[in-house]
Design a protein around this ligand. Structure first.
Ligand SMILES: Cc1cc2nc3c(=O)[nH]c(=O)nc-3n(C[C@H](O)[C@H](O)[C@H](O)COP(=O)(O)OP(=O)(O)OC[C@H]3O[C@@H](n4cnc5c(N)ncnc54)[C@H](O)[C@@H]3O)c2cc1C
Length: 522
């Protein structure tokens, strides 16, 4: 933890993924910057991104087509101004990442190889094997480590935003922070604060997100009085490896693009009966179909069949996925791969303008925790990494205005308190978290109903009552409380939105997807 003299910055950034680090590099041009991360700096959603970044780079593509595809994926619920901005800015993001040394794949002519993904009308996905996010994370961290006025604080969890009302209005002035290695709680004051804390996949039993993705920035902003938007739009990815007890692992849509088929237990393909594009139908359709089949057959997972494909070509195209499957003891040449849909991406979050400014003065949000309106009701594949970069930079540029508006509270001495972590409390908190994840998966997952949402609301209320007894500052307790806050808000948002749209599918609105395995069995 920095000493008292050090705990004051021009810009405090909460998060070390693509959004936080691009913001840090930009803010370092005008001030002294601190970047916090809850775990080590590379434990982020960014690090796990397999696919790539959407950017218009070929002469026969156009920003207007990228805009149209993004609006269609988002059910036209998007903010068109930010969609246009992203389409214009994404090529600069690629240029900057190339400058930092990200080894994007090239074609035979040496040009950037542009892949195609679901929902895109043109080849525009820039990628680095199936580890695009890993390389971006690595190169951004290298650049940050070479920038003298950025302090990276690993294992430092923001637990509350500091507010200063001396100017006659409430403004964000930094954060209370738990240094989890040394078990101390302290305050970091800053002129501007940027939330870049990522998504909230940990709300659910099945998720592609790492353990740090508990939606902290969104809950902190809410408690500080900033507006949130579109929380009900959660994107579920249809295919993660089903491997109970071990961390989830995403099996990219591109594997289905390569020829893998979704099948029922026993090996029968079924997706053609739901959609003419079969296993390559849009993500929400595939997830809903899988959900219906799993419920009907009372099975915890379905399967991907790769047995008919060339293993060498598969391993060559997807080296990381092939290796992970091998490590988990699955031989795709002779066995089916168990898969389950999982919570993947939060389209909603802290409401911001085009500069990333939230409704709370001095507080910005960028990346997955923001809601600029870019994604609308559902995210177009590969738009989030460029969004993180574009909005991170814009927020950092704009935040300079606060450098000259130093919080008066800065003169107050920042007190420190010991964080009295109790192992027994942490274990109990983890158990409550699992109960919450089950409830959210069952009632607020891929298919929702008004009755289920009300049941969940009541049961989450009971869990909130139980969690109120925890008064310690362990990471587990803090994360549990954050997840409970977010669940409550997300359920409320679902109840308010009566129609099915994008990532919010409510079966009281449309005919529920019915399982087709009954037909197939006959
Ligand atoms: C498996 C997977 C594959 C994906 N593939 C793609 C893809 O191909 N293309 C694409 O565009 N998008 C993809 N996405 C989505 C994309 O990776 C994320 O949306 C994006 O990386 C989010 O970046 P971020 O900077 O907002 O947050 P993250 O990269 O998630 O970083 C969050 C940071 O915030 C920190 N943090 C959180 N809470 C606190 C706190 N309280 N205090 C301090 N620090 C905190 C974390 O420690 C972490 O450092 C994928 C996501 C996943 C999970």
């Amino acid at each position: 933890m920095p000493d008292e003299a050090m705990a004051q910055y021009d810009c405090l950034i909460i998060g070390s993924g693509v959004a936080g680090l691009s913001a840090a590099l930009q803010a370092a041009r005008w001030g002294k910057v601190a970047v916090l991360c809850k775990a080590d700096a590379a434990t982020t959603n960014t690090n796990l991104a397999q696919g790539g970044l959407a950017a218009v780079l070929s002469p026969d593509d156009s920003p207007a087509r990228h805009v149209a595809d993004t609006l269609a994926a988002g059910s036209w619920h998007n903010n068109k101004a930010v969609v246009k901005l992203l389409a214009q800015e994404a090529p600069h993001c690629i240029a900057e990442l190339l400058r930092l040394g990200v080894p994007f794949d090239r074609d035979e002519q040496g040009e950037l190889a542009l892949g195609l993904e679901g929902g895109h009308s043109h080849n525009r996905i820039v990628h680095a094997r199936d580890q695009t996010g890993f390389y971006i994370q690595q190169k951004l961290l290298e650049a940050v480590s070479q920038t003298s006025n950025i302090t990276l604080l690993e294992h430092h969890m923001a637990v509350e935003l500091l507010l200063d009302s001396a100017a006659g209005y409430s403004r964000c002035a930094g954060a209370r922070v738990l240094d989890s290695k040394n078990n101390r709680l302290t305050s970091i004051w800053s002129c501007a604060t940027i939330l870049a804390s990522g998504g909230a996949g940990q709300l659910y039993r099945h998720t592609t997100n790492p353990a740090v993705a508990t939606g902290d920035g969104i809950a902190l902003a809410y408690h500080a009085g900033a507006a949130l938007e579109d929380l009900e739009f959660v994107q579920f990815h249809p295919t993660t490896l089903y491997d109970p007890g071990n961390p989830a692992f995403l099996i990219s849509e591109a594997v289905r693009g390569f020829g893998a088929e979704l099948v029922l237990p026993g090996g029968k393909p079924f997706m053609q009966l739901y959609h003419r594009q079969g296993s390559l139908a849009p993500r929400d359709v595939v997830s809903q179909a899988m959900h219906a089949e799993m419920q009907h057959l009372e099975v915890p997972c379905l399967f991907l069949d790769l047995r008919h494909l060339s293993y060498s070509k598969f391993a060559n195209k997807f080296p990381t996925i092939a290796q992970k499957l091998q490590e988990r003891g699955i031989d795709v040449r002779s066995e089916l791969v168990p898969v389950v849909p999982a919570a993947h991406y939060m389209c909603g979050g802290v409401k911001t303008d085009l500069n990333g400014l939230s409704t709370l003065p001095g507080l910005y949000a960028c990346g997955e925790c923001d809601c600029t309106g870019l994604h609308g009701a559902n995210r177009l594949a590969s738009n989030s990494l460029p969004e993180g970069w574009v909005m991170g930079r814009r927020a950092a540029d704009h935040a300079e205005v606060w450098k000259h508006d130093i919080p008066t509270i800065l003169s107050a001495s920042a007190e420190e308190e010991p964080a009295m972590q109790q192992v027994s409390t942490s274990t109990a908190a983890l158990l409550l978290k699992q109960q919450l994840q089950e409830l959210m998966w069952q009632y607020v997952g891929i298919v929702r109903s008004r009755e289920g949402l009300l049941t969940c609301q009541e049961q989450v209320g009971t869990l909130c009552g139980q969690a109120a007894y925890f008064t310690t500052y362990s990471t587990e307790v803090l994360e549990l409380k954050i997840l409970l806050t977010l669940s409550t808000l997300l359920i409320e948002a679902c109840l308010q939105r009566k129609e099915s749209i994008g990532g919010h599918y409510i079966k009281d609105d449309l005919l529920a997807v019915s399982p087709v395995s009954i037909v197939m069995a006959n």
